[in-house]
Structures are given as C-alpha cells and as structure tokens.
Design a protein around this ligand. Structure first.
Ligand SMILES: *Cc1c(COP(=O)(O)O)cnc(C)c1O
Length: 420
C-alpha cells in the first residue's frame, strides 16, 4: 500500500538514540549484527550480564515460593500503595540494618522497577539547569545514558587499576563545583570486581562532605562477593555525608526479570527531607510506574527465607568459572587480568594492541570476534575503558569453555608474529 501523500507532524525523538547508544543493550545489539548469519554455531553471549538464562543460576526455591505465596493470597493484584507496600519497606529496612549503625526505618525506603528505575528517579529528582554529576570510569552505562537523557553534564573520575581499582579521590576534588549534585559509587564494583575497604569508603565520605555533595551508592551486587574482602555498606558513613543506597533483587538473587529495586536513605540528620529530595522522590513516583505489587509483597519472604547455602552455591560457581577463565587467559599474553576480581560476574582484561595484528582497538577486536567466531564480548570502551575487554562469568560452564576456546582460535589468528 502506498503511503498517503501527507506531511505528518511528528518525528522520533533523536535524543533517545544518543542515550540508547550508550547502554549495554545498544552496544551488544551492534555486535550481534556483525555475526556471520551463515555461521552454523550457536552465538556465545559473553558480553551480557544475565546468568538467569542458564539453569545452573536458577534462583532459590524459597524466593520462588515467596512469590507464589504472595500471589495466592489474592491480596496483591491491586495497584501498589503510593509509598510502597508497608511491610516490605519495614522488612527491607530491617534487613539492611544488619550492617548499619544509623538504623533505617520503613519510611527511609522507596521501591522502584529495578535498580535501573531507581537510577532514573534519583537523576530526575536531582536535575536542575547546569547540573553535573560525578560518575566512575569505568562505570555502569545506565548512568551515562540517563545522564545524557536528563541533560546532565557527566564528569568522570577514574578508578585506578594499579591501586586495586580504588577511586581517584584527588581527581574528584578537581572535578566538583557548585553545580555538582551527587557522587556515584558502585560497590561491589561492576565492572572491576573489587570491593572497597572501610578506610577507603570513609575517605570517599569525607571527600563528598567537603564538597557538599551527596553520595549515591549502587550496591546492587552486595550479595555477590566470592573473594575475601568483606562488604561495607556506604550507609555506615551516613553521619559524615547523606547516602542514598541503591539495590535490587536482580543480581543477588539472579532474577533480573523480577523488576524490584529500591532506594534507601541513610540520612540521620534529615538532609534529604530538608532539601526537598524526599518530596521530589514522592512526586516523581506519581509520574512513573510503581514496582509490581506482588513482588513487593513477596520481599519479606524472599529476604528472610532465602538460605545462606543458595548464595554460597552460586558464588562457588562464579569462583570456579573465574579460575577456569584465568587459566585460559594465561595462553593469551596480549590480554591480562590486572586485578583478580572478588565480586560481581565479570572478568576485565587489558589489551596489549602491539601484540595483536590487524586489530585497531577494542571495538574492532569485538566486532571481528563476533564475525569470525560468533562470540560476543564487551569492548571496554562501552564502560569508559578504551582497549579493555569484559567477559561475563555468570554463564554456564560449557558456554565459558566453548567461548574461551573460540577466543583462543581467534587470538592465535591475530597474534602478532614474534619478530625476534
Ligand atoms: C545491573 C545493574 C543495575 C541495574 O539493576 P536492575 O535491578 O536490573 O535494574 C544497576 N547498577 C549496576 C551497577 C548494575 O550492575
């Protein structure tokens, strides 16, 4: 059918494309497009972070039962109460309080449709003309995408590989000014896999206090630590600086399809209330969708009934995958692991381009890898780390084995011939 000859008065919003191109989904879609359609082999997804597609990473039965029980009451088919399900807020506050000195109450909790929506809400709430926000580099792309979309100036501070990926605190001081609204940290850190020490986080808090900015602490991976460093929640330092903690079920319970995230206000002096942040979050929740009611209702059961064994088993899988991958990477000297990860589900590798032939950069490496071997690996540039790679460890062992084997075949074809 011919399009009727009319000049329609609408166009797609171009700003969305710019924001979307920064997301992992945007980058991975592009890489998938480069896979040879005639390659009969299965595409191996080592770029994405969704262990839940693999049966070995199935969530705990206790968590599933909590959902089923909540549904079966028939009481949670309704819209969510404006501030969220009261028992769920209280249960989460109590759960988080296990590690906190300044205790939270249910009133300090707000739910969101996953941690990503929590990011969207707080960035919407803090926006004002000329605002800038301090983001880690490497970082989590959703912050970049939402910062672009909400017209922030994103200013990046470095995480230092030679110092166990600690935050460059001096860099932060140099970046901040009177238009800086927040400092974002991710701990345990995706993508670096480190866990910050008490001492370092205290320095972060003191730095933020000096600059007069709040800390947004993304702790979505707080259950996912398989190394020796203990997790310290940023909320421990709320007497020094107000801290908005972000979390979700998605990563700790391996259920990113259960869209339930949260914001917890670690703010004993009531700064968020006084400055209007709390009221703005409430209003913002009037104009965005609520977290699913039965997920909220199931939360107390999920938090209280999931056994320690569940987390331990999954962490053991990750630990084994990590050791396996590190062993294989040793045969590829152009790729090095600078610091063995202790948390999250990724392995970051630094590339030595001079040891590779006809590879321009990390993007080129990943595009050709997709094309030649149908393996998808994330170019570090997507995270702010040019010429690094990120490999997902949250996959079935067989996928990791095949993926690294194909990577090695690819590597051998592109390794620069030794000239001496
Ligand atoms: C996955 C992830 C999120 C998003 O979590 P969802 O609950 O899936 O929305 C936010 N921050 C970081 C650091 C993440 O890795």
């Amino acid at each position: 059918m011919e399009c009727p000859p009319k000049k329609w008065n609408f166009v797609g919003n171009q700003d969305v494309h710019e924001a979307a191109s920064k997301t992992l989904r945007g980058v991975v879609t592009k890489l998938m497009g480069s896979v040879n359609p005639d390659d009969p082999r299965t595409i191996l997804p080592l770029a994405h972070g969704d262990p839940a597609v693999f049966p070995v990473f199935r969530t705990s039965l206790d968590a599933e039962n909590a959902i089923v029980d909540a549904l079966r009451t028939g009481e949670y088919n309704c819209y969510s109460p404006g501030d969220g399900v009261e028992e769920a807020r209280r249960a989460l506050a109590k759960y988080l309080n296990r590690d906190l000195t300044n205790k939270l109450t249910g009133d300090d909790i707000f739910f969101a449709v996953g941690c990503n929506q929590a990011i969207e809400i707080i960035l919407t709430v803090l926006q004002r003309p000329g605002a800038n926000i301090l983001l880690p580099r490497p970082g989590f792309p959703h912050y970049e995408a939402r910062a672009v979309f909400s017209q922030y100036e994103a200013r990046h501070f470095d995480l230092l590989p030679e110092k166990d990926w600690e935050i460059d605190l001096e860099g932060i001081e140099a970046l901040a000014d009177e238009n800086t609204v927040a400092l974002v940290i991710i701990n345990p850190n995706n993508p670096c896999g480190n866990v910050y020490t008490y001492e370092h986080l205290k320095k972060v808090a003191e730095t933020a206090r000096r600059l007069g900015v709040m800390v947004i602490s993304d702790e979505v991976y707080d259950h996912c630590i398989y190394g020796c460093s203990p997790f310290v929640p940023m909320g421990k330092f709320s007497s020094i600086v107000p801290v908005l903690t972000l979390g979700a079920l998605s990563k700790g319970w391996y259920v990113p399809g259960w869209r339930l995230g949260w914001m917890a206000m670690n703010d004993p002096y009531g700064v968020f209330k006084r400055t209007g942040v709390v009221d703005s979050i409430r209003s913002c929740q009037y104009i965005t969708p609520d977290a699913v009611t039965f997920l909220q209702a199931a939360l107390p059961g999920i938090l209280n009934n999931t056994k320690e064994e569940f987390f331990k088993d999954k962490l053991q899988l990750l630990r084994e995958n990590l050791d396996f991958a590190l062993d294989k990477i040793r045969d590829m000297p152009a790729l090095t692991c600078v610091k063995k990860p202790e948390s999250c589900t990724y392995l970051l590798l630094k590339m030595n381009l001079s040891m590779l032939e006809d590879i321009e950069d990390d993007h080129d490496f990943c595009l050709k890898l997709a094309k030649e071997e149908a393996v998808i690996v994330l170019p570090g540039d997507a995270l702010g780390l040019k010429n690094w790679l990120r490999i997902s460890l949250g996959v079935d062992r067989s996928v990791l084995e095949d993926g690294l084997e194909r990577l090695k075949a690819y590597y051998d074809r592109h390794a620069a011939a030794r000239r001496h």
